[in-house]
Design a protein. Structure first.
Length: 285
């Protein structure tokens, strides 16, 4: 198992009047090659959870294992080499004079030759779909989407096994959001990087992930494939979430036209296309 969390608990401002338990006995497993979506209402603990994955926070109790090696209170260097973390609005973290220097910054302690360093930078830039002609440009000459790619490249240049992204598409227009999420998916499909995505978008989670973790008040409410999780629409709404818009649409169509036996378990546009083709092909009424 690539990542295993056992009985993880964490409390902010412990021992003060503002004490708040953010995680309460959380356990989960993530396998190599997974694309995991973590969802939940604001304040549910999802960002707190993922900040434990590379040592930004240390648990009050419980253990975190990477490849069966416990890494939560020691081996932070091993943990941070294995797990790359990209914050929301990562372009705010860019600070070097050029794109190349910003991507290469994390390699300073690697004792690489200039040729080896350049090879790693080019590999990372290529992986995120960044035009190599931009490497000598100032980061201030880039678009918002390009800056975000540079920020991700600056993390994956370290060759992590796991990439954690906290709302990576926040603030982008629909085209920019799709570009970012598609290249993240490509990192998993072509480079084998395990992806953990924190998101408020049910549509994005349904489209891209193969496993969904639902957080609620510091605990795991549900965990499973998107199709399994999003069939629990009533419970999701009870805890302040929703289902993908296309799922809501097909549920309403099914209620309005029961004679057509319209499939309600539609979670992505691909699902919708298949359901509609089935109807047009005469398999409905």
């Amino acid at each position: 198992m690539l990542l295993r969390v056992e009985n993880l608990s964490y409390t902010y401002m412990k021992g003060t009047p503002f004490e708040k338990k953010a995680l309460d006995d959380v356990s989960l497993e993530i396998e190599k090659g997974d694309f995991v979506g973590i969802i939940g209402h604001t304040g549910c603990g999802k960002s707190t959870l993922v900040q434990h994955f590379n040592g930004l926070l240390k648990p009050d109790s419980g253990n975190i294992y990477i490849n069966d090696q416990c890494v939560n209170n020691s081996n932070i260097k091993v943990l941070r080499k294995s797990v790359g973390f990209v914050f929301q609005y990562p372009e705010h973290q860019l600070f070097e004079a050029t794109v190349y220097k910003d991507i290469a910054f994390g390699l300073k302690g690697e004792k690489l030759t200039k040729a080896e360093e350049r090879q790693r930078v080019i590999k990372a830039a290529t992986a995120v779909g960044l035009d190599l002609s931009l490497l000598d440009n100032s980061i201030y000459d880039l678009s918002g989407g390009q800056k975000r790619r540079v920020a991700v490249a600056g993390v994956i240049v370290m060759n992590p096994d796991i990439l954690v992204l906290d709302e990576p598409a926040a603030g982008l227009d629909p085209i920019g959001r799709d570009e970012i999420l598609n290249f993240i998916k490509n990192l998993r499909d072509e480079y084998g990087i395990t992806i953990i995505l924190v998101s408020h978008s049910m549509d994005d989670v349904a489209k891209y992930t193969n496993k969904v973790i639902v957080m609620n008040d510091g605990k795991i409410e549900m965990i499973g494939a998107p199709g399994k999780v999003f069939t629990n629409a009533a419970r999701l709404r009870e805890i302040g979430l929703d289902v993908p818009q296309i799922t809501t649409l097909f549920a309403k169509l099914s209620e309005k036209f029961p004679e057509y036996n319209i499939n309600r378990e539609v979670f992505t546009l691909e699902d919708a296309k298949a359901a509609l083709l089935k109807l047009i092909g005469g398999e409905g009424k």
